[in-house]
Write a protein that binds this ligand. Structure first.
Ligand SMILES: [Zn+2]
Length: 118
């Protein structure tokens, strides 16, 4: 699933939400999207591992390909952070907002709950 499709899905779900049922459906969609992205991530890690193996064992210079994959991995991870924030799930490495006390992503400069600087 493309990230733009996911974002569109969230927007659609959000606009029809307001009722608990809608929110739960939205959460389910986001969790599904997250599982999809995790699958993409696993594939990219595997590709990266193969390229590294080739580089070490056969002396093939895969530097450019590896950088492209790392860029993709980083972008997927960012997207996943956003989606996780939507459903109130953050990685364990998160930090606590000093204003409202909620668990928020480690590198966020603003708290997604209270909006204050984190
Ligand atoms: Zn906060």
């Amino acid at each position: 699933m493309d990230i733009n499709d996911i974002k569109a899905t969230i927007r659609d779900a959000a606009s029809t939400a307001g009722r608990k049922a809608g929110e739960i459906a939205n959460k389910t969609k986001i969790k599904f999207a997250l599982a999809n992205l995790q699958g993409d991530l696993d594939e990219l890690y595997e590709k990266l591992g193969r390229l590294y193996y080739e580089a070490v064992t056969q002396g093939i210079n895969n530097g450019t390909k590896e950088s492209a994959i790392i860029t993709k991995i980083d972008s997927i991870k960012d997207d996943m952070e956003i989606l996780k924030a939507e459903i109130g799930e953050f990685p364990r490495k998160g930090k606590i907002c000093r204003h409202c006390g909620k668990n928020i992503p480690k590198n966020s400069s603003f708290c997604p709950y209270c909006g204050k600087d984190a």
